[in-house]
Design a protein around this ligand. Sequence first.
Ligand SMILES: *[C@@H]1O[C@H](CO)[C@@H](O)[C@H](O)[C@H]1NC(C)=O
Ligand SMILES: *[C@@H]1O[C@H](CO)[C@@H](O)[C@H](O)[C@H]1NC(C)=O
Ligand SMILES: *[C@@H]1O[C@H](CO)[C@@H](O)[C@H](O)[C@H]1NC(C)=O
Ligand SMILES: *[C@@H]1O[C@H](CO)[C@@H](O)[C@H](O)[C@H]1NC(C)=O
Ligand SMILES: *[C@@H]1O[C@H](CO)[C@@H](O)[C@H](O)[C@H]1NC(C)=O
Ligand SMILES: *[C@@H]1O[C@H](CO)[C@@H](O)[C@H](O)[C@H]1NC(C)=O
Ligand SMILES: *[C@@H]1O[C@H](CO)[C@@H](O)[C@H](O)[C@H]1NC(C)=O
Length: 915
Amino acid sequence: MRNSNSIMVFLLLAIFSLCKANTLACNEMEKQALVRFKQALTDPANRLSSWSLTEDCCGWAGVRCDNVSGRVFELHLGNPYDPHAVKFNGRSALGGEISPALLELEYLNFLNLSLNDFGGTPIPSFLGSMRSLTYLNLRGASFGGLIPHQLGNLSTLRHLDLGGNSGLYVENFSWISLLSSLEYLHMSWIDLHRDLYLPNCQLNNMISSFGYVNFTSLRVLYLRSNNFNHNLPNWLFNLSSLLYLDLSDNSLEGQILSAISNLHNLNYLNLSGNMLTGQIPESLGQLKYLRYVLLCSNSLCGPVPSRLGNLSSLSYLYLNSNELNGTLPRNLGLLSNLVRLRIGNNFIEGTVSEVHFAKLSKLKTLDVSLKSVLFNVSHNWIPPFQLKYIDLAFCKMGPRFPAWLQTQTSLFMLSLRNVGIVGTVPNWFWKWASHIQWIYLANNQISGDLSQVLLNSTAIDLSSNSFMGQLPHLSPNVIGLNMADNLFSGQISSFLCQKMNGRSKLEILDISNNALSGELGHCLLHWQFLTHLNLGSNNLSGGIPEFMGSLFSLKALHLHNNSFSGGIPLSLRNCTSLGLIDFAENKLTGNIPSWIGERTHLMVLRLRSNEFFGDIPPEICQLSSLIVLDLAYNRLSGSIPRCLNNISAMATIQSPIDDKFSILIDNYPFFRVIECLLLVIKGRKSMYGKILPLVRIVDLSCNNLSGGIPIEISGLFGLQSLNLSRNHLMGRIPGKIGDVEYLESLDLSRNHLSGEIPQSIINLTFLSHLDLSYNNFSGRIPSSTQLQSFDALDFIGNPELCGAPLLKNCTENEDPQGVNPSDENGEGFERSWFYIGMATGFIVSFWGVCGALLCKRAWRHAYFRFLDNMNDRVYVATVLKFNWFRCHFRRYRISLTCLRGCNQERREERGAGES
Ligand SMILES: *[C@@H]1O[C@H](CO)[C@@H](O)[C@H](O)[C@H]1NC(C)=O
Ligand SMILES: *[C@@H]1O[C@H](CO)[C@@H](O)[C@H](O)[C@H]1NC(C)=O
Ligand SMILES: *[C@@H]1O[C@H](CO)[C@@H](O)[C@H](O)[C@H]1NC(C)=O
Ligand SMILES: *[C@@H]1O[C@H](CO)[C@@H](O)[C@H](O)[C@H]1NC(C)=O
Ligand SMILES: *[C@@H]1O[C@H](CO)[C@@H](O)[C@H](O)[C@H]1NC(C)=O
Ligand SMILES: *[C@@H]1O[C@H](CO)[C@@H](O)[C@H](O)[C@H]1NC(C)=O
Ligand SMILES: *[C@@H]1O[C@H](CO)[C@@H](O)[C@H](O)[C@H]1NC(C)=O
């Protein structure tokens, strides 16, 4: 026994040593180097636990050796990507320091450290000395700082990926031209142009340095999201080996040259989300391997080249959100491999007919959302495709309901918004539609009684139609529902108390602007997930129930323009996420509760036109996010709280790039909710939706407020509209009112204010609405062209006031020099001239409220783009900094809660894609 055991051991040893002999052990020096490399790293998940000195390092995790020399050849240390994780799998990320010990791995040609987390530290410059590297992947590894130019020494590098490190930047790009073996270059999200306000110096540098390069083998060029803002460089059109070109989401200008036909191997072309102009060259039709043509979200004009119809491999054609005109070429119907066709949001006109789809049997996405197009197919057309996404918004296709839709049995999204359908929905529709996730039928004249219909889609927008009768039934699947602006009637409680096959997931409900009646009962308890609830403009009555407080997730609650009575229930204190309260135009009474000060997320408090009485609680000043405070037309008394300047959202001029606005523009997985409010600004009522986050107003008019205007009000530097009219206010206008420099509208009429109008008012260069009538002001109206341009009616009822625009001349002792010692040098005068010119220019061509903001330097870029395009995608992408330019991976987002008055703002989100 003992003997046989020894033999076994011997045999095992022999086999072991044989194996040893067969697989070369790793080089001891390299093993030591790797250990030092490991020691400098942090490895919270112990991914390098196999890196033990007692083991052969060629067997260590991520280490590959050359099987002949035994030298370390490749290091695969990328963090495994978990697509389901919200962030990259943070816990398994390596971090710490990259030790120069790596330099001892002389034969290393492959280094992958992607998706780790090096905490914003710079890429070590010694990597540039690792001359054997052919593959270097540092993608998404949280490197920061300047990219070391030493990387240019890696002359054998074929694959370089530095993408997704948003903290990296490049000052001079010339080193990259040394990488003559490059086949793959991925540098998305790197700031290649650090300061947008500098002229193009660095860019010129970059272009010329690229210009000398002979990138004959470059096959992949990935430079998405780098803030390039120059013309498409000419060298680009010489990269004849290129298969994959992505320059999307930059600010590239200029034209796509017809020399693009040189890139004859090109398979993937993505120039979307730039500012390219000119026509799409016909020569694009020569690139016969093209499968992806993504040119959306630019300013391309002219016709859609008909030669695109020759690209028989084409599967994605995204030309949406440009300025293309002419008619849609018929031979696009020959693209038998086309899967996604998006041409919406252009100026294309004419007729789109069955010919355009003749061979498109693989088509899944169809976006022909074009205002001037007649979508003319025969009523019993049987299309060759089975679509998943249909967006025909704004096309002319009514008045009949399109019957061919019935042939589409795997639809995911249907948008027939504003297509001119009139009349009732056919009988088959609702059953057929019950499997479609998103349905948008808003802004038609569709009628019919839905009281027997069961809605089963995730998001449904039926707003602005003529539906009538009782509200429909909902399945638990519905998450967003907009039925605003219809003719629905009946008791609201029969909708709220409906029996449901499970627990409702409804988060967004807008049934405003209908004729619903009755009281909100205890059934509100069944809708626990509601976040945005709009019941405004109905005939609802009774008290706001205590149960309201059990809707813990509520972010926005609109009950305006009903007949609700009683007080604000204490239970509402439990809705800690409330960001918008609109109870205007009801019969509510009682005090404004002081606990309201606890709702520090509250952005909008609108209690206008009710019967609230008592003091304005000073706790209101704790609402640091408040941008709309409208307590007008109540019976509030006492004085205006002195602390209003503590409301920091109004006291600071903050950029609108702020997560806080997510209550007003709230992104859900399948849609975007844009809160709309009817506001009275400059004496006019208008609907504010997308620009609501930019509004700052205080309206306390028509109450019984007394005392003075607290001087602290001049600390609300961001305020645009202040209305204190029709109260019993006394004393003077705060001398520093001129500090509220973005004030556009100031109404102090019908109070008992007195004294002189402070000289600083001439500094309010954006003021376009001013009413100081019926007070006891005295002295000379300060002179500035702007004040004198107001109507005399804005000053009447002040017997002691004199000077233009009033007809009453001032007497000698009201000499302007005496009143106005501070303005002698005339500088203020010139300054206001300058701004008036500017302000009127903008206000005439623009929406007023935003006018003032245009001069805030940091925002200018965003707003000019907003102005130029008047187009949601640009606005949202620049202002909210979301990467929504990417028109091909995005989710389809449509606002749900806006009403008719907002329609001019509620454009279809253009360039929207689907995931
Ligand atoms: C070395 O490994 C490669 C693949 O990794 C293999 O193709 C080659 O045959 C191996 N050489 C020897 C000598 O084992
Ligand atoms: C570019 O390099 C390739 C080989 O690397 C060479 O054949 C070609 O002549 C070069 N072209 C120019 C313009 O230098
Ligand atoms: C397209 O627009 C251009 C100017 O942008 C214009 O010159 C041309 O006539 C238009 N073509 C058609 C067919 O409308
Ligand atoms: C409702 O939708 C779900 C999922 O979208 C689907 O499974 C179910 O069959 C639909 N119900 C009806 C009645 O159509
Ligand atoms: C509010 O919340 C508190 C504690 O969470 C609870 O005791 C109270 O009953 C709630 N009030 C209402 C009306 O829901
Ligand atoms: C107007 O504003 C400027 C600076 O913005 C200030 O120096 C000047 O004193 C102000 N004029 C008045 C009359 O307050
Ligand atoms: C006001 O003064 C101007 C000249 O300074 C004079 O022409 C005008 O008639 C006067 N108006 C009144 C109402 O006194």
